[in-house]
Design a protein around this ligand. Structure first.
Ligand SMILES: Cc1cc2nc3c(=O)[nH]c(=O)nc-3n(C[C@H](O)[C@H](O)[C@H](O)COP(=O)(O)OP(=O)(O)OC[C@H]3O[C@@H](n4cnc5c(N)ncnc54)[C@H](O)[C@@H]3O)c2cc1C
Length: 427
């Protein structure tokens, strides 16, 4: 170990305890090898670690559970991985007020299991939901199929505690649903991919668990395509909690002869409202589609599969298009060749996963991006081999907004030590 590295290890160990500092943590991020991993246990300790890294001009990678650390553009530098895995406590919980404050390293799943007893939940189902940490979900504004009925993390966040690159601490928002007027600074950190500050605590407003929920899975029987019934649902006054058209084959759930494409509608509300919507759908489908009703554990397992549909694939991209272009984007992606596609017909998010890490994949991503823009949308690379990410850009161009975003980064992190290079416009 070099002299500066020994000094860094010793000083970090003095702050968080030597058991929580790992030298040479056998971790590669975008081809870089971080020298240290440190796991502080409070906002103050996070701030102390950042102050030291700033003094020594070391690049810091904030981490929750570390399952998606290579998201976005390749890092330019990565010296210290700052893990929040020890910060997983509930700080304040008030069921009558429907609010909760938790540390950012807490897992979404554990969190929802804890509050389920009070019939409350945070209705988010991002990819990797079984392990994802709350801080990372906010940092990436990650959402899944429930976005159709319930929105994204930014819709539930009412307050944050933060540790900044220079070692200072701040709070934004508050702990009550009805916050004061003024700039809603919370929103600045949502989707900032760990480039502005480290999120250490978050306060959310919660929702009551729906009284009743069921998923209807439709597969085509005859010539009528699933897009036909999907368009009818879009035009109707139904309010599905999730509304997904997927090219995934659910043989194990629906039998081998049910066709490869499935339309999934999840209804969640009081029993009468759910029943009304299911009956409406039944009448609209007549006998044109095969109908499977899924509930209980099977329903949860089904949606986990949809959420993590890209697990076995090397490359995944996300189109964000206007609602009216969702089925066109879905059909376009399938026409481009061997990939799996999932379209959220309630939010305009279309995700595709395939294999490849060569020039063909790079060319394909450029074509995808042109197609997304032609449909009035954007393309984001959710995961791809380093070589692919080095020769493309994870986000579509941000144009003139880039200047404003760089100016904000300059204010929050003038040395550029937080996830350098990860975000748009070289941020
Ligand atoms: C297999 C898989 C596929 C995924 N695919 C997608 C996807 O397609 N789209 C999508 O939106 N999400 C995706 N995710 C991410 C997921 O939805 C969650 O955001 C992620 O799982 C969070 O888990 P984590 O704690 O391991 O995050 P980590 O891997 O620890 O961190 C993810 C990012 O958030 C930053 N970060 C983490 N914690 C903080 C913090 N406290 N403060 C500031 N920055 C922080 C990190 O620097 C990193 O950039 C995927 C996750 C997995 C496991």
């Amino acid at each position: 170990m070099s002299k500066p590295q020994t000094e860094l290890t010793d000083r970090l160990a003095g702050m968080v305890g030597s058991a929580n500092v790992t030298a040479n943590p056998a971790l590669r991020l975008d081809g870089l090898v971080p020298a240290l991993r440190v796991a502080p246990a409070s906002t103050a300790e996070v701030a102390d670690c950042l102050r030291l890294c700033s003094e020594m001009n070391l690049a810091v990678v904030p981490a929750g559970r570390g399952t998606w650390l290579e998201c976005g553009n390749p890092l330019r530098r990565a010296d210290v991985v700052l893990s929040l895995e020890r910060m997983n406590r509930i700080i304040d919980y008030s069921p009558p007020d429907l609010t909760i404050t938790v540390e950012a390293g807490m897992r979404l799943r554990g969190f929802n299991e804890t509050i389920r007893g009070d019939r409350l939940w945070l209705p988010l189902d991002p990819p990797g939901a079984s392990i994802a940490s709350i801080g990372a979900i906010i940092a990436c504004n990650s959402s899944g199929a429930l976005r159709c009925g319930y929105g994204t993390p930014r819709d539930y966040l009412i307050g944050l505690s933060l540790a900044h690159a220079d070692g200072s601490q701040s709070k934004s928002g508050g702990r009550v649903v009805k916050n004061v007027a003024g700039y809603d600074l919370n929103k600045l950190y949502v989707g900032s991919y760990g480039t502005l500050a480290v999120i250490t605590e978050a306060t959310f407003k919660l929702r009551p668990l729906p009284e009743h929920h069921v998923t209807i899975a439709l597969t085509a029987k005859k010539t009528q395509p699933l897009t036909a019934i999907a368009r009818q649902v879009q035009a109707a006054e139904l309010q599905p909690a999730a509304f997904v058209l997927t090219s995934m084959a659910f043989e194990e759930l629906f039998g081998p002869n049910q066709g490869a494409e499935t339309l999934l509608l999840r209804f969640a509300d009081n029993e009468a409202t759910v029943t009304y919507q299911v009956e409406w759908l039944g009448r609209a489908c007549a006998d044109e589609y095969a109908w499977t009703e899924v509930s209980g554990d099977d329903e949860a397992a089904l949606w986990n599969k949809v959420c993590d549909f890209d697990n076995q694939w090397q490359c995944a991209v996300r189109f964000s298009v206007p609602l009216s272009a969702t089925t066109a984007a879905y059909e376009y992606l399938l026409s481009e060749g061997d990939c799996r596609v999932t379209a959220d017909l309630g939010s305009g998010i279309v995700r595709a996963a395939g294999n490849g890490k060569d020039d063909l994949t790079i060319g394909l991503i450029h074509r995808y991006r042109a197609a997304a823009e032609k449909l009035g949308g954007t393309l984001f690379i959710e995961k791809a081999a380093l070589i692919v990410r080095q020769q493309t850009c994870a986000w579509s161009a941000v144009g003139a907004h880039g200047r404003l975003m760089r100016a904000i980064k300059e204010k929050f992190d003038p040395q550029g030590i937080l996830n350098p290079g990860r975000f748009v416009a070289g941020i």
